[in-house]
Design a protein around this ligand. Structure first.
Ligand code: SF4
Length: 82
């Protein structure tokens, strides 16, 4: 079983609080039709926190913040893990 990283998401890093505010604003700006549900969002982030490609909130496969990538309902993991 893969051990989950507890500090890999921006929301878990106090020193990146300003970036997390940007993440929250970006997610809030999406329409209800475009925004992933809370359940879908958390399930995606759960996969990311168990992924070797996650580094300090950034996906090393695509270079984006996973908390933003996961927010858009139609978005996909670049290597199809979600
Ligand atoms: S988006 Fe995909 S490749 Fe990137 S960290 Fe998440 S699960 Fe891993």
């Amino acid at each position: 079983m893969t051990e989950k990283c507890k500090i890999c998401l921006i929301r878990d890093m106090a020193e990146k609080a300003d970036i997390y505010e940007y993440v929250k604003k970006t997610r809030a700006m999406l329409t209800d039709a475009d925004r992933a549900s809370d359940v879908l969002y958390e399930s995606r982030l759960d996969i990311c926190t168990g992924c070797d490609s996650l580094l300090a909130g950034t996906c090393r496969k695509c270079g984006c913040y996973v908390e933003i990538r996961a927010a858009l309902k139609s978005s996909e993991c670049p290597v199809k893990r979600w």
